[in-house]
Write a protein that binds this ligand. Structure first.
Ligand code: GLP
Length: 240
């Protein structure tokens, strides 16, 4: 059973999780962070940027959850670019120590296995930040994903493409495919911290935390984890 923390708003949640991560880095200067994109973790990164000003982050490593397949290199909405802009630069991390899955078409056949190997060689993820999609997806593990899945290419659902269209010039520009850590990959992280804010996430949170373990709600995989923390606001908690 995940520990559930309900806070008044996203900023309070961001501060709490940022303090946890800063404490981890202070204890373990070569900590491995699991990084998520999307709007949800932004308050964490903002608060963490203030806290790490006093810490040595030169040895911290990071692994992003996912990436779109087939965007041209440097595309501003590629998750590599997003992680650089929102995490690497504000926190002052070494860009060579932060990886995203490689979504380039050439090499896509072995990109998943390469990524799994890199995470394993880094010693595994110490703390994995997670958002949740309105359809219950984590990373880009859409409904139907196996709980044992590893990093691989997936097809985005129509709902996720609609949800993410706001980041692109037109809905047709949202890629059809992504490469994402699997639920099995995510479950290997030593601590999972799932964040969700707003009423639009209430059903997904309820399904993940209280629903039956089901591939239809990929977030429900967190119930299998011995150390999962769910940090949400009142609105996201409203269906619990
Ligand atoms: C995206 C990402 C997920 C993220 C989710 C929710 O599709 N791949 O990692 O958790 O959608 O996004 P947001 O936090 O913007 O609601």
């Amino acid at each position: 059973m995940a520990e559930i923390v309900i806070l008044p708003d996203a900023d309070a949640a961001g501060s709490l999780v940022a303090r946890e991560i800063a404490a981890l880095i202070a204890r373990t200067p070569d900590a491995v962070l699991g990084l998520a994109t999307g709007s949800t973790p932004l308050p964490v990164y903002r608060a963490l940027a203030r806290l790490v000003a006093d810490l040595d982050v030169s040895r911290v490593r990071g692994f992003a959850l996912d990436e779109y397949v087939g965007l041209e290199p440097g595309h501003p909405e590629s998750y590599r670019a997003v992680i650089t802009r929102e995490v690497v630069e504000p926190l002052g991390l070494d860009p060579d120590r932060v990886r995203t899955p490689d979504g380039a078409l050439e090499g896509i056949a072995h990109a998943g296995a390469d990524y799994e190997r890199a995470i394993t060689e880094a010693g595994g993820v110490d703390l994995q930040i997670l958002g949740i999609g309105s359809d219950g997806h984590i990373g880009f593990n859409e409904p139907g994903s196996s709980f044992a899945s590893l990093t691989r290419v997936k097809t985005l659902t129509a709902q996720t493409r609609r949800d993410n269209a706001r980041f692109f010039a037109s809905p047709g520009d949202v890629p059809m495919h992504c490469i994402t850590q699997g639920l099995g990959t995510i479950l290997r992280a030593r601590h999972l911290v799932l964040l969700a804010f707003g009423e639009g996430k209430a059903a997904a949170v309820a399904g993940a935390v209280e629903g039956p373990l089901s591939a239809s709600v990929p977030g429900s995989a967190i119930q299998l984890h011995p150390h999962a923390t769910v940090v949400i606001d009142e609105a996201a908690a409203s269906a619990l």
